[in-house]
Design a protein around this ligand. Structure first.
Ligand code: AMP
Ligand code: MG
Length: 413
């Protein structure tokens, strides 16, 4: 049986980033830039004022105090968005607003709070200005020709700001993977139907589609295939339109577990079957028509754990991401964890950031069909393959699967 680490390596060897497409910068949020972004103009585009106040020659304000202000003649007003008039000469000032270009001759801006209106078109400077005060220099942010965002960067609001300021309404990003999601089982009922006579609701189809969406990929819900080869083949033929195939169920050793056989019959090269992990052992991975195909186990938690470990990094890699693995945290156990050694075990837990110290609380009821435990959990405690577990107070490795672990509860709201 292949280890989790070797399985990840074997899978990622087969996965390539998808091609590029053009999109508007707001739709690019969360996606990966396929090309460097170069600025065609500097920012700021010219020296401009960081304050509302007066543009002056700093030397004119030498010795100015509240008690003995320096009076300067105001030669014009300069609101943001307007172009400076004539250059300032000694003894003159320009009333300037934040963001307006600094007029020639001015060497600093003195903030309005350090001035007073004087008589007949003059203003009183109540403090000395130093050269360069309150002036934002042309190109201090970036210069024309600079690479302002590198290819491979994930677009966040900060990158949207940069793209907008450089006048870039459209960018090239990696395509979002389209992921065919297929559930298998004669026992499965559609969510809209009342399950009866031995049927259960198809939860995996929805859970896996949600996981796909949470990765920034696009689920293509193929619904339910029945436990016979014809039904599986028919559904898998539909799946070939997608970039990747994720099925659940039918990969175990039961009499009706045909997914592996059908994948093989459809010309898939099977890379491995069964991983030394718990839950999630009966996992098949192959390539069918050039597309990665994950046959996840049917138990709801097994399929979600396997998705997190194998499918998520794969979809992120296809999306052009380089940071494809989730961070893990060291946390103190609030209770014991006991497992049978031999497989890497993922224990549903609550990770708590507490008072600067992470704690991990293993939850009751770890059965691979117990969805309510998954609902209460926000992370997995990872028990290494050879370990039989840990005692309360020991430090363990924890993998959060829920971004809200970085948020905190705010009582009173
Ligand atoms: P299998 O791997 O097909 O033997 O399924 C293992 C267990 O998972 C069985 O109890 C199935 O009923 C259950 N199961 C399989 N597929 C789904 C699904 N799509 N939604 C909910 N439970 C499922
Ligand atoms: Mg089944």
């Amino acid at each position: 049986m292949i280890t989790v680490e070797n399985a990840i390596e074997a899978i990622l060897k087969e996965i390539r980033p998808l091609g590029l497409e053009s999109t508007d910068i707001l739709s690019a949020l969360g996606r990966v830039l396929g090309a460097d972004i170069r600025a065609s103009r500097p920012n700021p585009p010219w020296d401009n004022s960081a304050m509302d106040g007066y543009a002056v020659m700093a030397s004119d304000t030498a010795g100015a105090t509240e008690a003995s202000p320096v009076s300067l003649r105001v030669i014009y007003d300069l609101p943001a968005g307007s172009v400076p008039g004539e250059a300032i000469k000694s003894g003159e000032a320009v009333r300037i607003m934040t963001g307006a270009p600094v007029p020639d001759g001015a060497t600093s801006v003195i903030m309005v709070e350090r001035t007073k209106e004087g008589q007949e078109g003059t203003a009183l400077m109540l403090a000395e200005a130093k050269e360069g005060d309150n002036i934002r220099r042309k190109g201090e942010d970036f210069k024309a020709g600079d690479i302002v965002i590198k290819a491979g960067t994930v677009v966040r609001p900060a990158e949207v700001s940069m793209l907008a300021t450089t006048g870039t309404p459209f960018v090239m990003v990696h395509r979002r993977p389209r992921v065919a999601v297929l559930s298998t089982g004669d026992e499965l009922a559609d969510i809209h139907d009342e399950p009866e006579n031995g049927k259960i609701s198809n939860s995996n189809g929805w859970a896996l589609s949600a996981l796909v969406t949470a990765c920034g990929a696009v689920p293509v819900q193929l619904g339910i295939a029945r436990d016979n080869k014809e039904s599986l083949k028919e559904k898998l033929a539909d799946a070939m339109k997608a970039d990747c195939i994720v099925s659940s169920g039918g990969v175990s050793v039961g009499d009706y577990d045909f997914v592996k056989d059908v994948l093989k019959e459809m010309g898939s090269s099977m890379i491995f079957w069964k991983v030394a992990m718990k839950p999630g052992k009966p996992l098949a991975f192959g390539i069918i028509g050039g597309k990665p195909a994950f046959g996840l186990p049917g138990n709801p938690i097994s399929s979600m754990v396997a998705f997190e470990q194998f499918v998520k990094p794969s979809l992120l890699k296809m999306s052009g991401r380089r940071d494809i693995f989730g961070a893990t945290f060291s946390a103190i156990l609030t209770g014991p964890v006991k497992v049978r050694p031999g497989r890497m075990t993922f224990i549903r837990a609550r990770l708590d950031a507490g008072a600067g110290q992470f704690t991990a609380t293993p939850l009751e009821a770890q059965g691979s069909g117990v969805i309510s435990t998954m609902v209460r959990a926000n992370s997995f405690i990872i028990v290494p393959q050879g370990s039989s577990g840990f005692d309360e107070g020991e430090t363990v490795k924890v993998q959060p699967f829920d971004p809200s672990v970085l948020q905190r509860d705010t009582p009173g709201y």
